[in-house]
Design a protein around this ligand. Structure first.
Ligand code: NDP
Length: 327
């Protein structure tokens, strides 16, 4: 028997409870994994609280990412004792996920732990951090180098935002952070943000084109903030958009695209191909400043998840939350 957080539906309302499961309850997939750590992402918050239509089949073990050790594998790529990390592919949404001491998953979904990376570090980074790295890669591929000028990160004190600020400043970019929580200014400066601008200022609806301020951007929130970022992006700049913490709307015009050659690059981590994931994980191992991660992440137990899920959906969680399955 082992512990898991199980979601059910009761009269259309999502309920979450820690339960005892047995191995025979697990889905029939290639690889049995003993889970060491999972993490809490915005999407997990929506799933656990039922505030977002993330889960359609109940009962469900949520948790969109995990790190653990292979116990049994029917696939020749993995054998007992291998350390693996998983993010995305609909795990924790359509397939049972990381909030359990054991998981059965498809071998295709797994990535071997990067050489020299501690298991806990992969979940300190988690889906949010992997997405932050994919956004940084998108800026680089669009030609946004540190010498091009300042870059801006929205939702900066959140999971994706914190890791993005940290990676970008470590790579030598001049980073401006947008936050709605002035009390996180010190934290963001420690992660490497050189300037802080308020959410209020950036959420003001923009004219089609505003004064050019940013060589590039990582946007985790959408809506008028993304609209304003696009209107303020420099000629030839790139905006990597990965989130909707404000909303899924995007009030903008074609003007930044047709008059300033601005590129809006969408970033998805869920279906990201294996090679690109592996590359992003390798880079996270070497390019996320070591001192940052301790500041970014806190550790909680399975039992604390419902409380933290409520907080993350209210924009009240700072940085990253690791879930220790053995606590
Ligand atoms: P967090 O909740 O940790 O961070 C979101 C941050 O956004 C908050 O901390 C807050 O930052 C800011 N924020 C919250 N509400 C609002 C609002 N109403 N208006 C403006 N800003 C707001 O979430 P994550 O970092 O885990 O995820 C961020 C987004 O990225 C989510 O929408 C998530 O779904 C998406 N995502 C997408 C992925 C993909 O593959 N495309 C993968 C992972 C995440 P502050 O307090 O600093 O203002």
């Amino acid at each position: 028997m082992f512990k898991a957080l199980v979601l059910n539906q009761d009269d259309g309302k999502t309920t979450a409870a820690v339960q005892e499961l047995s191995h025979s309850d697990l889905p029939d997939e290639d690889v049995l994994i003993k889970v060491d750590y999972s993490s809490l992402n915005y999407k997990d918050g929506l799933a656990i609280t039922g505030k977002g239509k993330i889960i359609r089949n109940f009962p469900m073990v949520p948790g969109i990412d995990l790190v653990g050790t292979v116990e049994e594998s029917a696939d020749s790529r993995y054998s007992k004792g291998d350390k693996v990390v998983l993010t995305g592919w609909g795990v924790g949404e359509n397939f049972w996920g990381g909030y359990a001491q054991y998981a059965r998953l498809k071998a295709d979904w797994l990535v071997p732990l990067p050489e020299g990376m501690e298991p806990i570090r992969t979940m300190q980074v988690g889906t949010a951090g992997l997405t932050a790295m994919l956004c940084v890669m998108a800026l680089e591929e669009g030609g946004v180098t540190p010498d091009k000028g300042p870059v801006i990160v929205s939702g900066a004190a959140g999971g994706v935002g914190s890791v993005a600020v940290s990676i970008l400043s470590g790579l030598g970019y001049q980073v401006t952070a947008i936050t709605g929580r002035p009390e996180t200014a010190e934290y963001l400066k420690n992660l490497g943000a050189q300037e802080i601008v308020t959410r209020e200022e950036m959420a003001e609806p923009a004219r089609p084109l505003e004064k050019q301020r940013w060589a590039g951007a990582v946007d985790t929130v959408g809506d008028t903030i993304l609209g304003r970022i696009l209107a303020e992006t420099d000629y030839d700049g790139v905006v990597a958009a990965c989130g909707l913490a404000a909303s899924f709307k995007l009030p903008t015009t074609v003007m930044p695209f047709i008059l300033r050659n601005v590129r809006l690059q969408g970033v998805d981590s869920v279906m990201c191909p294996f090679e690109r994931r592996q590359q992003a994980w390798q880079r996270l191992q070497t390019q996320l400043p070591e001192n940052a991660i301790g500041d970014i992440a806190q550790i909680i137990s399975l039992e604390q998840l419902p409380e933290y899920a409520e907080q993350i959906t209210n924009g009240q969680v700072k940085g990253r939350v690791v879930v220790d399955l053995n606590q």
